[in-house]
Design a protein around this ligand. Structure first.
Ligand code: NAP
Length: 250
């Protein structure tokens, strides 16, 4: 039986990815900052472990407790919608600590076992904003574009050990807690820069009236499944109809 370890399973895409792999008979190590056993179906193939991807000790403990795994899905991430002028450098560091360095640190932690076994897949969840620049997302986009570039270079050095590294780029998914979580961080981040308030109104109004379909967590789970199981999967896979459209246009 194959085993997948997934970061950020408390909600949204991570929760759906965990369900998807469980439904397909895999052993699942679902990690969360605050572990909850009541949000996934009970199964003797499910383990829920604590993991904060910004904490080196937490990473070492979770990877040791998980034991051998076949696939790592780096899904944990945080968002930020603000003008750069309104974005304190410490807030910028937090975004990169989670989205970029968290992904790199988790990857480093599992590579020795993948290399020794000459097998393994790393799937990094980034975003369709790396395909088409959007206003007020400069720091978030930079943190995810760095993961795209990191993954593509890494894939080349890991080929010799039969280890694959793939990127999944979801489109906009209003149904997850992502926007709410990002908005919740705004007061601590100093609030929105007032000089850019009219631009913010335009951006939000544009999203509200945009008739294009958005991305469902299931779209992302299906793309991650493909990236994890199909050796012929492209190195960058858009997930969700909006992301597919942007990838085709890019
Ligand atoms: N929703 C979108 O529109 C969208 C679009 C493209 C890409 N994405 C990306 O997709 C991924 C999942 O997002 P989502 O939409 O499912 O959002 P979500 O519902 O907010 O889920 C994010 C998950 O990441 C976890 N997390 C945050 N910081 C963490 C840390 N330091 N260590 C471990 N886990 C941490 C959260 O855990 P807590 O419950 O502990 O906070 C939560 O489980 C993210 O990487 C995001 O950037 C989202």
């Amino acid at each position: 039986m194959k085993t997948v370890m997934i970061t950020g399973c408390s909600s949204g895409f991570g929760l759906e990815i965990a369900r998807h792999f469980l439904d397909r008979g895999w052993s699942v190590v679902a990690t969360m900052r605050t572990p909850r056993s009541d949000i996934l179906p009970a199964s003797d193939r499910l383990r829920v472990l604590p993991l904060d991807v910004t904490d080196a000790q937490s990473i070492a403990k979770a990877v040791a407790a998980a034991g051998p795994i076949d696939v790592l899905v780096n899904n944990a991430g945080i968002g930020l919608l603000n003008a750069l002028e309104g974005t304190d450098i410490e807030v910028t560091r937090d975004i990169f600590e989670t989205n970029t360095l968290g992904t790199i640190a988790m990857t480093q932690a599992v590579l020795p076992q993948f290399r020794e076994r000459k097998a393994g897949v790393i799937v990094n969840v980034t975003s369709s904003v790396t395909l088409r620049p959007l206003a007020l997302l400069s720091v978030y986009t930079a943190s995810k574009a760095a993961v795209n570039a990191f993954t593509e270079s890494l894939a080349l050095e890991l080929e010799q050990f039969n280890i694959r590294a793939r990127v999944v780029m979801p489109g906009r998914a209003p149904s997850t807690r992502f926007g709410e979580n990002a908005a919740g961080r705004m007061p601590a981040a100093g609030g929105f820069h007032q000089a850019y308030a009219p631009l913010l109104q335009n951006v939000l109004a544009g999203w509200a009236k945009d008739p294009s379909p958005t991305t469902r967590p299931l779209d992302v789970a299906e793309a991650v499944w493909l990236a994890a199981t199909d050796p012929d999967c492209p190195p960058r896979l858009p997930a969700g109809p909006d992301a597919v459209e942007w990838a085709e246009a890019a």
